[in-house]
Write a protein that binds this ligand. Structure first.
Ligand SMILES: [Zn+2]
Length: 73
């Protein structure tokens, strides 16, 4: 089990959606649409399951190398 994470579209930072799932069942979930109140910019972001991933480890403890194809510099 892990936290379902998305990338904040405004700040580009990873935020937790408040949903907890295990990776395999989340990947098997049909595409859905949800909203999350972003703790960073205090906006409500809309996201699709396609954009999200399951962070199995504590997001505060480990920092994953970001593999974003559209890096904004
Ligand atoms: Zn945000």
């Amino acid at each position: 089990m892990g936290a379902v994470m998305i990338k904040c579209p405004d700040t580009g930072r990873d935020i937790a959606t408040g949903i907890v799932a295990d990776r395999e069942s989340f990947n098997a979930t049909p595409v859905f649409f949800a909203r999350v109140l972003c703790p960073i910019c205090q906006n409500e972001h809309e996201w699709f399951a396609q954009q999200a991933w399951v962070c199995e480890s504590d997001p505060a403890a480990k920092r994953r190398p970001t593999q974003s194809p559209s890096a904004s510099l």
